[in-house]
Design a binder for this molecule. Structure first.
Ligand SMILES: [Zn+2]
Length: 278
């Protein structure tokens, strides 16, 4: 009887793992995502609206337009990447939005479903559209690769232990909300924040480079941006983006290694664009 029970549990766990196992686009890495996409998007849209209500949008028309322009081009590139692989359904419930908020912090993020925020404090580092594309491509990369879901799944497994997900969502809304804040780095104002893992950071760099290249921005710009960010070190408190995105030799070496592949996308789509416009 005991063996049967153990067997049943093992089969259940294997089935759960198979159901929860998804593949990251571009890198092909297998990841565990326990959270249903519908819950992730509902929480994302709700949190995004709350964030916009309690923060001030930039009144600088030119800079705001730049954020929306670059975001729109990366959105198209992501859509194209997915449609060429017949994966468009994965973006079905996305509701893309690109906003610039008036805030001195050096920061930017993208929540599930394409909800992007750029802080005015990061603009001196991005400088132009291509620089913005580095940051926005990277953040959109995190969202497309479902890194938030992966982190929440890992934390759910660790913190809630044996509590079933459905129970966690319905009976422990506080805990689930806290996990959300932590997973998306919005927890700083509540006294806790955790960076993405190194694997996820490298993956977001990878996806970001491909998306920015497909959107028509030279991916070689990425190394320049991260080198500029690394010179920022040595100030008082490290800005939010710096503390969660260490721009060290390893990161820059990883980006340099990925750049030739991204350049192939850049050239291929540049040729396609110029053919289309003839
Ligand atoms: Zn990141």
């Amino acid at each position: 009887m005991k063996i049967f029970t153990r067997y049943t549990i093992s089969v259940f766990i294997i089935i759960l793992l198979l159901i929860s196992c998804t593949t990251v686009p571009i890198t092909g890495r297998q990841q565990l995502n326990f959270m249903p996409d519908s819950s992730m998007l509902a929480m994302s849209f709700h949190q995004y609206d709350n964030f916009l209500k309690s923060n001030k949008l930039s009144t600088d028309k030119r800079k705001t337009e730049a954020v929306k322009r670059v975001g729109g081009r990366i959105q198209k590139a992501v859509g194209r990447y997915f449609s060429e692989r017949r994966l468009s359904h994965k973006l079905d419930n996305y509701s893309w939005e690109f906003n610039l908020i008036e805030n001195k912090d050096v920061n930017a993020w993208c929540m599930p479903g394409g909800k992007v925020v750029v802080y005015t404090g990061i603009l001196p580092y991005t400088q132009d559209d291509a620089g913005l594309a580095v940051v926005m491509g990277h953040e959109i990369g995190h969202a497309v690769a479902k890194h938030g879901n992966e982190r929440m799944s890992q934390m759910l497994a660790l913190q809630l232990g044996g509590v079933a997900l459905s129970t966690a969502l319905s009976e422990k809304p506080q805990e689930t909300r806290k996990l959300w804040m932590t997973a998306f780095g919005l927890g700083a104002q509540f006294g806790f924040t955790l960076p993405y893992s190194r694997i996820q950071e490298n993956e977001a760099d990878h996806l970001g480079l491909i998306f920015m290249a497909m959107a028509g921005y030279n991916p070689q710009r990425a190394v320049f941006f991260w080198e500029k960010m690394s010179q920022k070190k040595g100030g008082k408190a490290p800005p939010e983006f710096m503390s969660t995105h260490p721009s060290d030799k390893r990161r820059i070496a990883n980006i340099k290694a990925l750049t030739p592949t991204a350049m192939r996308y850049y050239k291929k789509y540049k040729n396609m664009r110029s053919t289309a416009s003839q």
